[in-house]
Ligand binder design. Structure first.
Ligand SMILES: NC(=O)c1ccc[n+]([C@@H]2O[C@H](COP(=O)([O-])OP(=O)(O)OC[C@H]3O[C@@H](n4cnc5c(N)ncnc54)[C@H](O)[C@@H]3O)[C@@H](O)[C@H]2O)c1
Length: 338
């Protein structure tokens, strides 16, 4: 059974490919343009597979003709679509870049999926589609009102997928809206590599290790207990296993659906910093700076739906473990780059 994974060399995609490698009946074809220069991830993944079960194709999804050749060559059973740009601030400065890569390339991929009858489409969406929701826990049926271009580019992609499914009864999708993904694989073989890094937990880990001078807190006057933003951090291994369950769910003949991926509780920026200080036993400089445009105050998932409908229950919902695995991974990256 052939599975296409776009962005399968990235942080989340690579963890999913690793978990997919456990099923020896699958052939995984990864398209990725290596925008984060994570060549080492390609080697790590190649080692998990028999030669005939894995193919990495370095290609940009905007090369529609080449992408179509891949669809022609393989008869895919399902697609996991991870490839996207992911930086909120950048998206506000360069909207076209985000609409092109995140939305237009998704449109093309859906078009090819319909043309080549690839009827299972699993899409990486984001809690950023919700915008500023003034509720403790966000449910999937919440009105989406994204406040940054990144979130809008993903919501438009969702609409393309949903409308295509409405018009083509065989085409089924699962949209997974990730909250904040963090940590590294427990065996420390894979982790987060972003150029530049913008996520809080790796930034704090890099500061612990002296790679950065200080941690910046973007605003401490939000209406939360300690004034900093609150996010729902999900361990990457739990998120990856949600994807395996999403594929199973579609294989079982269930209908298309949208699921939040989070644990259902959040931590503030200050709580993350404190946890990193605890696990590392290192004190470091912290600076409070201006709020960033486009940042909702609280983003926490109501995760009942995924827990009820998928055979999924989180195993690593432990902030200490998340921070430890993130720190171990950063240590490894630093030792390799020395
Ligand atoms: N990391 C998070 O916390 C988070 C949260 C919510 C949603 N998401 C979504 O999850 C997905 C994966 O995120 P990630 O953190 O793994 O990002 P990532 O940058 O680590 O991985 C994305 C991968 O896609 C590839 N890519 C991007 N555009 C491409 C293109 N046009 N052609 C070919 N390859 C391309 C990159 O080379 C990269 O390897 C994204 O769709 C993102 O929007 C991530």
């Amino acid at each position: 059974m052939n599975i296409l994974v776009t962005g399968g060399i990235g942080y989340i995609g690579s963890h999913v490919v690793k978990q997919l490698s456990e099923n020896k009946d699958l052939k995984i074809v990864v398209i990725d343009d290596l925008i984060n220069n994570n060549f080492s991830t390609v080697n790590t993944l190649e080692k998990l597979f028999l030669k005939e079960n894995f193919e990495f194709i370095k290609l940009n999804l905007n090369d529609f003709e080449e992408v179509e050749k891949i669809f022609k060559k393989y008869s895919f059973f399902a697609i996991f679509h991870f490839a996207a740009y992911t930086q909120v601030i950048e998206s506000m400065k360069e909207p076209i870049k985000y609409y092109e890569n995140n939305t237009l390339n998704t449109l093309n991929l859906v078009k090819l999926s319909l043309k080549y009858k690839v009827n299972k489409f699993i899409f990486s969406s984001t809690a950023a589609v919700y915008g500023n929701v003034h509720k403790q826990l966000i449910e999937e049926n919440e009105v989406c009102n994204p406040i940054n271009v990144y979130g809008k580019s993903k919501l438009l992609s969702e609409e393309i997928i949903r409308d295509s499914a409405k018009a083509n009864k065989d085409f089924k999708f699962i949209i997974l809206r990730y909250f904040n993904v963090a940590g590294a694989s427990l065996d420390n073989s894979l982790g987060e590599i972003h150029e530049p890094e913008t996520h809080l937990i790796p930034l704090v880990a890099q500061t612990v290790l002296g790679k950065r001078e200080k941690v910046q807190i973007y605003g401490d006057t939000y209406p939360t207990e300690d004034g900093t933003c609150i996010r729902d951090y999900i361990h990457i291994e739990d998120l990856a296993s949600a994807h395996i369950q999403a594929l199973e769910y579609l294989k079982e003949g269930n209908d298309s659906d949208i699921f939040n991926c989070g644990y259902g509780y959040g931590f503030s920026v200050k709580q993350i910093i404190e946890m990193m200080q605890k696990v590392s036993n290192v004190r470091f400089n912290i600076e409070v700076v201006e709020k960033r445009e486009g940042e909702p105050t609280v983003l926490v998932a109501n995760s009942n739906k995924i827990k009820n409908k998928f055979a999924w229950s989180p195993k690593y919902n432990d902030l200490e473990l998340i921070c430890k695995t993130a720190l171990n991974w950063e240590k490894k990256l630093m030792s390799i780059s020395k």
